[in-house]
Design a protein around this ligand. Structure first.
Ligand code: PLP
Length: 403
């Protein structure tokens, strides 16, 4: 035994192989640079803090502490607080005509945890995961932990390209197709009704489980819901949802709806992970939803984001040179920009930061390389003045680089 002082320096930590394949969250890294108050940031994906109903939530929290505090601060069941699961089931029936029972719903620690649990119960190393191209960074990161082979499927203005999806799931079996039909993150694209039917038709005769991530469904600007894939493929779909965008992300509440056989395994995986989601948050959320006019609240959020998106699109028209293209979001929080070839996104990122405006380069949204000439812009966390000024500065940077 040598003393601590005489010891050789420690060799590197023997990390698990899975960590080598898992990318650091590029966004978290970038946010460290961009969170300074003098910077106009389109880089993150935060909801507008003005639209978090702190008074309503404070009232609900006070009631919970006052009348059910001891129960709310106890251990609880893995599946989640029944009245909250009942609320979710009722809302699905009302909004989407989906007939789900609370037993088919598991409350999770944000909808991000749903993806982790799905990876845990479905993926073995080398399994194929079909994902939109560009794809949600958080999904790429969490599925990477399970060492799959990603099969990216390109998006056009209506959703995943049918021929590419067919190719991805029919020749070699894929374990999972992961998609975001409403206001996709990062592209802002919403699948058309026809494309939803086409995708369902392609996936129907396969053994692929479909993860339908509906983090943004309530934020479609028209207020009209489109048909969920779950309607076409009820037994094949794992549908995830979140209170982050309509209530408060810090409460960390999401959920997953799954057929009985899958639910059993998800519950085991969740129990092993964290026993249950924050019970206090669940009780506060249930109280809040009982008292609040949630339809009116969600309508306020939708209207604000619609205004903010409109302001960003108008500014892009005004400021961007020819050859720059962008998506037309019908909801959600993001616009996707395609830059001309000679205009690298990393260069735009660096120069824009010098002008105190932060954007997110497209690179981390690709599992197979790409995104060098693309940007994701977030409009939900900036007010119209900041959006106009930020896009003005960004336009100057892009025009200089394109000249
Ligand atoms: C498409 C998508 N899914 C899931 C999540 C995770 O959200 P949360 O865990 O807050 O529900 C996000 C977060 O931005 C997202 O954009």
């Amino acid at each position: 035994m040598t003393t601590k002082q005489n010891k050789e320096p420690r060799k590197s930590t023997p990390f698990a192989r899975r960590m080598q394949a898992t990318p650091k969250s590029f966004i978290r890294e970038i946010l460290k640079v961009t969170e300074k108050p003098e910077i106009i940031s389109f880089a993150g994906g935060l909801p507008n803090p003005e639209l978090i109903d702190t008074a309503g939530l404070a009232e609900a929290a006070a009631q919970v502490f006052c009348s059910e505090g001891k129960a709310a601060l106890q251990y609880a069941t893995t599946e989640g607080y029944l009245p909250l699961r009942q609320f979710i089931a009722d809302r699905y029936r009302k909004r989407l005509g989906l007939d789900l029972s609370p037993e088919e719903i598991l409350i999770t620690n944000g909808s991000q945890q749903c993806l982790d649990l799905v990876g845990k119960v479905l993926l073995d190393p080398g399994d194929r995961v079909v994902i939109e191209r560009p794809g949600y960074l958080g999904a790429i990161q969490v599925f990477s932990l399970y060492e799959p082979v990603f099969v990216p499927v390109g998006l056009d203005a209506e959703g995943p390209e049918p021929a590419a999806l067919e190719m991805a799931v029919s020749r070699t079996p894929a374990k999972i197709f992961y998609g975001i039909p409403n206001s996709q993150n990062p592209s802002g694209i919403t699948y058309s009704e026809k494309r939803r039917r086409d995708c369902a038709g392609i996936l129907e005769d396969t053994r692929t489980m479909v993860v339908e991530d509906d983090a943004y469904g309530e934020l479609q600007f028209t207020g009209k819901a489109l048909t969920p894939l779950k309607k076409y493929l009820p037994d094949q779909i794992l549908l995830t949802g979140s209170f982050s965008k309509i209530m408060a992300p810090g409460m960390r509440l999401g959920w997953i709806c799954a057929p009985h056989e899958v639910m059993e395994q998800l519950v085991v995986a969740k129990q092993a992970s964290d026993l249950h989601s924050n019970y206090l948050s669940q009780r506060i959320a249930a109280r809040y939803l009982e008292a609040a006019d949630i339809d009116a609240h969600v309508a306020r959020i939708r209207e604000a984001y619609h205004r903010q998106a409109g302001c960003m699109i108008a500014a892009l028209h005004e400021e961007m040179p020819d050859g720059v293209h962008w998506t037309q979001p019908e909801g959600g929080m993001f616009v996707w920009i395609d830059l001309p070839r000679g205009c690298p996104a990393m260069e735009v990122f660096n120069r824009a930061l010098e002008q105190r405006v932060a954007v997110l380069p497209g690179i981390p949204f690709y599992t197979d390389g790409g995104g060098d000439n693309a940007l994701r812009l977030n409009f939900s966390n900036s007010n119209p003045e900041q959006i106009s000024e930020g896009i003005r500065r960004l336009g100057t940077v892009v025009r200089t680089l394109c000249a």
